[in-house]
Design a protein around this ligand. Structure first.
Ligand code: ZN
Length: 250
């Protein structure tokens, strides 16, 4: 049964932490913070810190990370390190589909906000894309909303996860010199901020920059989903990505 530290309180359109939960106000009015659909309830047991839980996985939206079982950290790392062709394909299937589901949730949110025909069409084509990819068993890759990243940061360091949500993305170019060969090379840093606050950055190598340029770019404060390895650099979060294809914009 999926468990949660935060619940979405529909009436005020905000998340409620366990310590702020009040039976009289929130009982039967709280939902999954990711899909905003599955009802949650508080679980209080002796000798255990209270937590939120949903009744079943099936009550979540299919695009929610709590709808399916998670791939274990060990199995995910095994796939990433494997040179076996079949493992590589399965890994790409999992990453593509997990990213796509995060993007689907963002589209859903966007569609709700400005119910336009245009977003409805892009939603339909994306869903078709997803349906055609069902060749392997789907498992969830842990996903964290960019808004929750800092409070969860210790928990995810040295883990492969998906970060998703709405952010302002700034890209900065730097020239560097290789200390051994003396050759000049370029790097690009993508800085993800929410309401002006730094959340994390991604550093692209010279080779990745070429591919990044081919991606449809993120406009101001737009939706994204990205898969990578979380690292801490002097207290700042960095995400190491395997390929620019693991960074998707809405
Ligand atoms: Zn959910």
């Amino acid at each position: 049964m999926p468990t949660f530290e935060e619940a979405y309180y529909k009436i005020e359109n905000k998340n409620i932490e366990i310590k702020d939960y009040v039976d009289k106000i929130h009982y039967e009015k709280i939902y999954c913070p990711e899909c905003l659909t599955a009802p949650l309830h508080i679980v209080r047991k002796q000798n255990v810190f209270p937590y939120y839980a949903s009744n079943s996985k099936q009550e979540h939206l299919e695009d929610c990370q709590h709808y399916e079982d998670y791939i274990t950290k060990k199995n995910l790392n095994k796939l990433i390190e494997s040179k076996n062709n079949e493992d590589e394909k399965r890994l790409e299937f999992l990453i593509d589909n997990n990213l796509q589901r995060a993007i689907n949730l963002l589209i859903r949110e966007e569609t709700k906000r400005n119910n336009t025909v245009e977003s409805f069409i892009s939603n339909t084509t994306r869903n078709q894309l997803k349906a055609s990819l069902n060749e392997y068993k789907y498992e969830s890759i842990p996903r964290v909303s960019i808004n929750r990243l800092l409070s969860k940061n210790g928990e995810f360091i040295d883990n492969y996860i998906i970060i998703w949500g709405n952010a302002n993305v700034e890209s900065k170019d730097y020239d560097r010199i290789n200390s051994t060969t003396g050759k000049k090379f370029k790097i690009k840093k993508l800085i993800f901020r929410v309401k002006g606050n730094f959340k994390f950055s991604i550093q692209l190598s010279e080779n990745q920059i070429k591919h990044y340029k081919k991606l449809p770019q993120n406009s101001m404060n737009n939706g994204f989903a990205v898969f990578g390895l979380v690292k801490s650099n002097k207290g700042f979060l960095e995400l190491k990505i395997l390929t620019t294809e693991h960074l998707q914009y809405l």
